[in-house]
Design a protein around this ligand. Structure first.
Ligand code: FAD
Length: 285
């Protein structure tokens, strides 16, 4: 189908973009267009104005600070995936990115667009949650930061106020000895996940000393699993993987899905967390 009619602006400053978005409640930011354009073509959204962010300087690029990676919102997903700093200091992000759609889509899609779109089956929001990241936001009221825990508020919904833009995401880099994994079940490679899990595991004397576990594709937003993290503390890798599945299926309540039975969805939750903890623990030094 053809998109509905809309106006188009490509401002050259962040302030101009914020003014355009803040001045029209039906305006939408356009980043890589890999979610927005299909939604337009399917006539699932009717923006009056698209504000293209690609000409605004300073919104892309990766910066490594002491203890974190700051990724500009307009950084293409593929550029982040191939970045040496990401591979070395935050391998979980690189692993998660390889599961996002296909290289062609990642070459256009942006990191900030994926976070702002807040698809519950997306890998990046769950990764941000597991890493304890935050979004840097600019808007008509000035700049602010929002933790991942507070950012994702529901299906395709974030805590962004009208006129606000994500300018970057900040991800604390995990300790160098932590292992990580991103595991998902999809119908076909590159599809959105039916259920997915990201895990970070640190071992001490062969037992889990610390962990972070988050799910995607199982509810209306990414889900952190503190019960799983507590349940595997102090266990050896094999026992931790087994217990992670047990704790997850006891404590996580996946939302219903018209295409999957509740039992099967819960089964997938156990499968992805067991594999993710197993792989992360194997990689932990
Ligand atoms: P756009 O499509 O341009 O924008 C998406 C939304 O975010 C819009 O509402 C827009 O207004 C808003 N927005 C964008 N940038 C900002 C910003 N900086 N501040 C505030 N709001 C902003 N994604 C996955 O995670 N996993 C998958 O498996 C996956 N599979 C896909 C398969 C196909 C066939 C396609 C077409 C896409 C798939 N995607 C998948 C989506 C892809 O990752 C998108 O790139 C991403 O969701 C949106 O990024 P974008 O830069 O394209 O944003």
């Amino acid at each position: 189908m053809k998109p509905p009619p809309f106006d188009y602006e490509a401002p050259e400053t962040l302030d101009a973009a914020i003014a355009l978005l803040g001045g029209d409640e039906d305006a939408k930011a356009l980043a890589g267009g890999q979610s927005l354009v299909p939604l337009l073509s399917l006539r699932l959204t009717y923006p009056s104005l698209l504000v293209d962010l690609r000409r605004i300087p300073g919104l892309d690029g990766i910066e490594q600070t002491d203890g974190s990676l700051v990724i500009g919102a307009m950084t293409r997903q593929r550029a982040a995936e191939l970045d040496d700093r990401v591979r070395e200091s935050c391998p979980l992000l690189g692993k998660a990115l390889t599961h996002v759609a296909h290289p062609q889509i990642r070459s256009r899609g942006t990191v900030g667009g994926s976070i702002a779109h807040a698809d519950p089956a997306s890998e990046l929001p769950a990764t941000m949650l597991a890493l304890g990241g935050k979004a840097r936001i600019a808007g008509p009221g000035g700049n602010r930061e929002v933790d991942a825990e507070a950012l994702f508020t529901g299906l395709l919904t974030t805590a962004l106020e009208p006129g606000e833009l994500i300018t970057a995401i900040e991800l604390p880099t995990p300790p160098a000895n932590a292992g990580s994994a991103c595991v998902e079940v999809t119908r076909r490679r590159g599809d959105y996940a039916q259920a997915g899990c990201v895990a970070l595991v640190e071992l001490e004397d062969g037992s889990v000393a610390d962990s972070a576990v988050a799910f995607f594709g199982i509810a209306d937003r990414p889900v952190r699993a503190p019960e799983v993290e507590r349940a595997i503390a102090g266990l050896g890798p094999a026992e931790a993987a087994h217990e992670a599945a047990d704790a997850a299926t006891r404590t996580i309540e996946p939302g219903s899905d018209p295409e999957l039975s509740d039992d099967y969805r819960l089964h997938l939750v156990g499968v992805v967390v067991r594999r993710a903890v197993e792989q992360a623990a194997k990689e932990a030094k």
